[in-house]
Write a protein that binds this ligand. Structure first.
Ligand code: EPU
Length: 416
């Protein structure tokens, strides 16, 4: 199995190009299920989760061709309504086929995703919403079975803000009869991106990006062509890397507006940040100040940046209090960071991080994508040689991460 080896201690410098957003690309590629004919998506990142999505769609009968960052998907040959366990267990986001399959075929059978390293991650709100739209839902043998004669628009209130729950129900409601109103909907940029694709297919969705989304159902959709938005979490990860190493980098092809909370917190650590359209320039501070963070749904500080930010706080002057309010178990990186010398105490959903003068390299591994990214960051600044194992977690969500860091002057390589 691959591992990544890092000799820490280099200041990062130069330019890095941001890839398309994983969490925008997944629902958008899946939205191809909603129309007959060829869809074309640009700026699709080269990631394991994208490969899983292609497999999922081709299992359902989709024809897929990819060249560089362009992906063509034609689901005219849609011939099954089942997403099997073997595919769903590799990628939880496979649950996103549920809404489109019920909308298009009136039937779906999708393996239940189950929990994962960061929490229980139930899908009760996806199911409750589909039931409110008129679907019969049964759970049997580890699968969700949903069927409907006709989806009917209704009002749906989310108890908890859910990103893929909002996306799933948007994709079901676009072909429902009548109007659906989603209240307490997620406001992430990925939701706005999905609504743009669906509207370009002929859907009538208003209010995406706010907590109330109104969807007037239409009878059919046509294929789309869409450029995937930049990955805000990848961009944020490079910004933190610069801050951590006292580096000076330009993060190119990003969408600064999507990174407000992260940029704000980085400035409070002493980093100097300037924004020029799609380029974010950062100069890390020599003396990093501690700041507190609390993860929140967008536009709050993203849970997907919590682990990376914790590494920065682990070498800051002073003590930082980090609260994780989205996932109950998203501190799996902490024990590995402690092995590298970090001083972190966990109590419930709060981590108290007392900055230390330096981290020391160690062999480490993590069982989640963002936790693994945080270990790469720790390796960049630690004294000595860090080996990060279980690299396949990184490959799910970061395109060529070691090449991009090497391009910024890091001493980093992948070993087969
Ligand atoms: N929740 C419920 N019931 C539901 C759905 C969610 O209780 O039916 C709870 C979850 O347990 C969690 C909270 O609601 O406590 C928020 O979860 P959400 O549904 O928003 O998460 P998700 O849609 O499964 C997406 C991203 C995650 C990201 C979260 C939060 C995708 C494919 N995944 O997951 O990304 O952390 O939103 O922003 O969009 C990652 O990229 O590393 C990643 C984990």
């Amino acid at each position: 199995m691959d591992k990544i080896i890092i000799e820490g201690g280099r200041r990062l410098a130069g330019e890095v190009q941001i890839s398309g957003a994983k969490n925008a690309a997944l629902p958008i590629l899946i939205s191809s299920l909603l129309a007959d004919g060829p869809n074309t998506y640009y700026n699709v990142p080269d990631l394991q989760d994208i490969e899983s999505t292609k497999l999922l769609l081709s299992n359902l009968g989709g024809q897929i061709e990819a060249e560089a960052d362009r992906v063509h998907i034609d689901t005219s040959g849609l011939n099954t309504y089942e997403a099997p366990y073997d595919v769903v267990r590799k990628m939880r986001a496979s649950i996103l086929v549920l809404g489109p399959l019920v909308a298009r075929l009136k039937k779906a059978r999708v393996s239940l995703p189950g929990g994962c390293a960061i929490g229980a991650r139930p899908i009760n709100l996806h199911l409750k919403g589909l039931a409110a739209l008129g679907a019969r839902i049964d759970l049997a043998h580890g699968y969700v079975e949903a069927s409907v004669d006709e989806l009917r628009g209704t009002e749906i209130y989310f108890d908890v803000v859910t990103v893929t729950g909002t996306e799933n129900l948007m994709m079901a409601a676009v072909l429902a009869k009548g109007t659906t109103i989603l209240r307490n909907a997620a406001r992430e940029p990925e939701i706005v991106a999905l609504s743009e694709v669906l509207n370009s297919m002929g859907a009538d969705i208003r209010g995406a990006g706010t907590a109330v989304i109104t969807i007037n159902g239409v009878s059919e959709l046509k294929p789309a062509s869409y450029r995937i938005i930049p990955d805000r979490i990848e961009a944020g990860t490079f910004l933190v890397a610069a801050a951590l190493t006292g580096g000076n980098i330009a993060v190119q092809g990003a969408e600064p507006d999507h990174l407000g909370a992260v940029i704000d917190k980085l400035r409070l650590t002493g980093a100097e940040i300037s924004v020029d359209e799609k380029v974010i320039n950062i100069q890390g501070a020599n003396d990093i100040s501690s700041v507190n963070i609390q993860t929140q749904p967008y536009p709050g500080f993203p849970t997907d940046m919590q682990a990376q930010f914790m590494v920065l706080m682990s070498i800051a002057s002073g003590t930082s209090v980090i609260s994780e309010t989205i996932f109950e178990n998203r501190y799996i990186h902490v024990s590995e960071l402690r092995r590298m010398g970090a001083d972190i105490i966990i109590s419930g959903n709060t981590a108290t991080v007392k900055g230390v003068a330096k981290l020391s390299a160690a062999p480490v591994m993590a069982t989640d994508l963002r936790a693994s990214a945080s270990l790469i960051l720790a390796g960049l600044v630690a004294e000595g040689r860090t080996e990060v194992h279980r690299v396949y977690h990184l490959d799910r969500g970061y395109q060529a991460i070691e090449k991009k860091f090497a391009g910024l002057g890091a001493s980093i390589q992948r070993v087969k």
